[in-house]
Structures are given as structure tokens and as C-alpha cells.
Design a protein. Structure first.
Length: 331
């Protein structure tokens, strides 16, 4: 009996692949850059399973190219906005993701960005590397205090809550905005207050974004929202680039509407080399590395491969974002 065929859309260290190679015929894309769309459609023809990354757009055209054998799409990420989940569901194809594993790692990085922006760490590093450090000055590279400041968190899920826990050590006042926030016992336990969007924008010294990218959250932070923020405020985004209108953010940073921004995600990714944001000093832009610790990325790979193997075997995925594909018509 022929082994099921799978396409893995990015290099994965061989130490993780032994079990998959034993069970499947593996076509592994070996490059650091994602396969171009035409190449992706060619490589998935006839496969039973696809393991994708968030940079791989898995739409109806890719599913059509794969054909009727396609049994599973396993995304090596928590988010899955790169996949047309509704189309996969219509075809009865389960879609997997890697939830939970990167909560603390991402929260660590969000707080690292917050601290680095508050105290202008990257600017200071560049200042020193450029040979501009000539003396100690009372007004040189002044930043914002973190201890006792107000932290606003938009999206109070796993990662938002983990960021809030870190803020407790700095005795920060914690506000959050989330569609589901009434009578939240965890929020009450840590003294976090649920407020509306207008309030969190106006009162936050630091505003950290932790919402998924949906139609409702696309450009959630735009010109009108930035105008409501304090001129000393710092915006942190480790969610998805499309949650922030980058053109509006550029103008706000350039004109002093807000003081600073720190991004781990951009729209598009990677950010174009000549994007206006890259001309500013008061912004930090990291290349989407919030989950990039050895342990966390290893666990993400393990979960994604477990989803892939379960799918090609016809078993229920350990982590499935569209479990309705397993529902049977009882009528």
C-alpha cells in the first residue's frame, strides 16, 4: 500500500521528521523563503496533506490544485488567517493550528518591545554604535517610566492575560478592551478593568494589541484611534500587521501624535525596504519573532506534525480550528 503524500512548505530540521518520513512520502520545501504561489500549486498536486506556515496562502486555488486526496491542512502557527478556512470546511478538510504553546514566549517579547520602546533601547544602541556618545547628559535619550504607568491591552485572551501578569511586577494599572469582558474573575483577581475602546485609547500610556485578524479587526487602530491616544503613548503590536493602519501610524509618529511604536508584525510581511516607517527613529520593527525561542518553535513543529499525521490517517486533529468538519448529519 502506497504511503500518503504530504507537502511541507518550509525547511524543518530532520530531527523532527523521522516519524513523518516513516509514515508518509515527504516533499519538503528546502528554502528559507516560501514557495511562490505557482510553485506551491504545482507541489501540492495529489497530496494527502499540507503543512503550511503563515506566509503560505492556502486558498481555493491551492485546494483545487491538491485535488480530492487532500485530507488535512496543518498550519504551523496559532493564527490561520493565511488559510481560507471556510473553503476548507466546505470541502470537509480539517485545518490544524498550534495554540497555547507560544503564549508565554509571545508575552515575553511583547513586554520586551514595551520596555525597549519606553527606554529607547534601540535608539541608544544605534547612538553608541554611530560614535555619537560623547558625554553623559541630563536630557539625553529620555524615555518613559514603565513602573506605575497605565497599560492598555486590546484582546484579553491567553497572550493578553500573560502580558497583564508581567505588568503586575511593575505595579502598572491594567485596562483591557475585549468583546467578552463582563464578570471576568481573572481580571478581577489581578485588578484589571474592562473599558470601552475610546477609554483605553485615551488613558493608556502603553497600548498592546493581542487580537486575531478578522474583518472586524482589520485596521482597528487607524488615524481616528491614534488621534485619541496620549502624545506620550507607546503602541505595541505582536498580533497581526493588518490590525494597524501603517500609513496612519507613520503620520502619527512623524507628527508627534503618539511618541513611539514597537511592531513585531507588519502589513505586508516583510515590510518593504523603502516603507516610510523605516525612516523614523521612534519605532522598533522586529521580523515577526515573538515566538522565536528554541523551545517554543520546537513545540510548534511537533504539534503541526501531529496534526498532519492525524489528518492523513483519517483521525481527528489534536488541534482543529474547524471541528464542524467532524460533525455528522444525524437526520
Amino acid at each position: 500500500m502506497d504511503k500518503p503524500r504530504v507537502f511541507i512548505a518550509r525547511y524543518i530540521p530532520e530531527e523532527y521528521l523521522a516519524q513523518v518520513r516513516q509514515a508518509c512520502q515527504v516533499d519538503l520545501w528546502p528554502e528559507d523563503l516560501p514557495p511562490p504561489p505557482d510553485t506551491l500549486r504545482q507541489r501540492v498536486r495529489g497530496v494527502d496533506g499540507i503543512l503550511s506556515l503563515l506566509t503560505d496562502k492556502i486558498d481555493a486555488a491551492v485546494m483545487d490544485a491538491a485535488g480530492g486526496n487532500l485530507k488535512v491542512i496543518s498550519n504551523c502557527a496559532v493564527g490561520f488567517d493565511n488559510i481560507d478556512v471556510s473553503e476548507a470546511t466546505r470541502r470537509g478538510i480539517p485545518v490544524g493550528n498550534t495554540p497555547g504553546v507560544l503564549t508565554d514566549t509571545t508575552a515575553d517579547f511583547a513586554f520586551a518591545l514595551l520596555m525597549a520602546a519606553a527606554r529607547r533601547v534601540v535608539e541608544a544602541h544605534n547612538f553608541t554604535r554611530a560614535g555619537r556618545w560623547e558625554t553623559w547628559g541630563l536630557t539625553q535619550l529620555l524615555g518613559q517610566d514603565v513602573a506605575g504607568a497605565t497599560l492598555g491591552i486590546i484582546g484579553f485572551g491567553r497572550i493578553g492575560r500573560a502580558v497583564a501578569r508581567r505588568a503586575l511586577g511593575f505595579e502598572m494599572r491594567i485596562l483591557y478592551y475585549d468583546p467578552i469582558c463582563e464578570d471576568d474573575p481573572y481580571a478581577a483577581q489581578i485588578g484589571a478593568h474592562c473599558v470601552d475602546l475610546d477609554t483605553i485609547l485615551r488613558h493608556s500610556d502603553f497600548l498592546s494589541l493581542h487580537v486575531p485578524l478578522y474583518k472586524e479587526t482589520y485596521h482597528l487602530i487607524g488615524e481616528a484611534e491614534l488621534a485619541k491616544m496620549k502624545p506620550t503613548a507607546v503602541l505595541i503590536n505582536t498580533a497581526r500587521g493588518g490590525v494597524v493602519d501603517h500609513e496612519a501610524l507613520y503620520r502619527a509618529l512623524r507628527d508627534g501624535v503618539i511618541a513611539y511604536a514597537a511592531l513585531d508584525v507588519t502589513e505586508p510581511e516583510p515590510i518593504p525596504k523603502h516603507h516610510p516607517l523605516l525612516t523614523l527613529e521612534n519605532i522598533i520593527i522586529a521580523p515577526h519573532i515573538a515566538s522565536a525561542s528554541v523551545r517554543t518553535r520546537g513545540r510548534m513543529i511537533e504539534i503541526a506534525l501531529a496534526n498532519l499525521l492525524a489528518g492523513v490517517r483519517g483521525e481527528q486533529l489534536p488541534h482543529c480550528v474547524n471541528p464542524q468538519v467532524y460533525m455528522t448529519d444525524l437526520e
